[in-house]
Design a protein around this ligand. Structure first.
Ligand code: CTP
Length: 397
């Protein structure tokens, strides 16, 4: 069972598809939404039908696709009212320049624009158009108007366009649209807060091709970055080397060594309200890094190590320290070691887990330890754990 399925089961999404070549991506979007546990009702404009077939969307969503405002089979002719009442959110993807203009002016001349006007649920828009259309003052005016009306814009991205040009106006990929949509449903517990998160391992070079590192996939730190952004925070992720994609809307500062991670954190810590140290920082580095690759010798070489800065302890000791949370990945005596770390680093919250159960996994079992005691979370997807950690931090602030 997928992560989102547990949490968002029975959320109803009305997916509006308007006329643009990006409409072909609506098929993949519907598939992802359904897989994530959403019920999807597709509504197409007349122009969208030139770009993708209703049968495709019907097969993927399991629901007949609606297209006509004047549908004689619909009985009382109140489809627009019924559909907008039933939806938990409306997403228009792709939203053409023409449809955005209609939204900006409150026009209702087909089923989709009418039900947008009749809706009481959140409405979000994923623009997709050629860059000249995007740049036109009229389009920019309309976008500004819908922003002011409280309609979130998902994207667009800058990139290659179907017309062969490069520029602004490319629709976000379906995976990113799903992440954006899920964020609509999360409470904005950290609105206006600046959050900094360290994640992943650090890598301490021995010579140009060898180094010392810790095992860490970065999954928990990246999940927390996404959860903090979903909660409305501005998020900076300082990450050691990982194979993960940066969550959308998160500012990423890539680093390699513990010293680089330390310096990146310290440069911006004054602006930070909440610091969450998830990185598996190497406690030691090699005192003298060889400039050339070390050659095998008869006798085994000895490495002289020196300590790295303890980033979390240093941040927690600042005169105007942000709220600090740390992680303790332990192989034994979980609570005892985590409690000791919390005291040693003088931090209000430590999150303990068993290293052997969490490493590289998509799920985790966390224990949150603060001044009021221990709070055990169930074994669950890291994103769900991360959302609960964020909720807990918000309650402690
Ligand atoms: N941490 C840090 N900088 C370091 C070492 C650790 O910021 N140089 C942070 C980690 O990100 C984590 C917490 O401190 O949030 C605990 O890390 P851990 O390595 O488990 O703690 P140590 O104090 O190094 O204890 P030990 O290695 O002995 O278990």
């Amino acid at each position: 069972m997928s992560v989102i399925m547990t949490e968002l089961h029975s959320r109803r999404i009305l997916l509006g598809i308007t006329g643009g070549i990006a409409a072909y991506k609506a098929a993949e979007l519907v598939r992802l939404l359904v897989k994530a546990g959403f019920e999807v009702q597709c509504v197409m404009t007349e122009a969208a039908q030139h770009f993708i077939g209703a049968a495709t969307l019907q097969a993927l969503s399991g629901q007949p696709v609606l297209m006509q405002l004047w549908d004689e089979a619909s009985g009382d002719g109140m489809d627009h009212i019924r559909l907008s009442r039933e939806a938990d959110a409306i997403l228009i993807a792709p939203a053409s320049a023409n449809f955005i203009a209609k939204l900006a002016h409150g026009l209702a001349d087909d089923l989709l624009s009418t039900l947008c006007l009749a809706s009481a649920c959140p409405l979000a828009v994923a623009p997709a158009m050629n860059k000249q259309m995007w740049d036109k003052p009229a389009t920019q005016r309309n976008l500004e108007q819908i922003r002011q009306d409280g309609i979130p814009l998902f994207g667009p991205a800058n990139g290659e366009q179907a017309c062969g040009e490069l520029g602004m106006g490319r629709m976000l990929e379906p995976e990113t649209l799903l992440i954006e949509l899920e964020a609509l449903f999360q409470p904005k517990l950290l609105a206006g807060k600046q959050v900094m998160i360290t994640a992943g391992p650090t890598y301490e070079p021995i010579d140009p091709v060898r180094g010392i590192t810790n095992l860490s996939s970065g999954k928990m730190g990246y999940a927390l970055a996404r959860a903090a952004w979903e909660a409305g925070a501005a998020v900076t992720l300082v990450s050691g080397p990982t194979a993960l994609a940066t969550p959308p809307n998160v500012r990423m500062i890539p680093v390699t060594t513990a010293q680089e991670m330390h310096d990146a954190v310290m440069r911006e810590i004054k602006k930070t309200d909440i610091f969450i140290a998830v990185a598996a920082v190497a406690d030691y580095r090699v005192a003298h890094i060889a400039q050339q690759k070390l050659k095998k010798t008869q006798t085994a070489p000895t490495l002289t190590l020196e300590p790295n800065p303890d980033i979390l302890a240093e941040v927690a000791a600042l005169p105007k320290a942000p709220f600090c949370a740390g992680f303790a990945a332990e192989t034994e005596k979980l609570s005892e070691h985590a409690q000791a770390k919390r005291a040693r680093k003088s931090i209000p919250l430590i999150i303990a887990n068993r290293a052997q159960e969490a490493l590289g996994q998509d799920e985790s079992t966390l224990i949150l330890i603060d001044s009021s005691g221990s709070h055990a979370l169930p074994r669950q997807a890291k994103l769900l754990s991360a959302r609960q950690v964020i909720k807990h931090i918000a309650s402690l602030l």
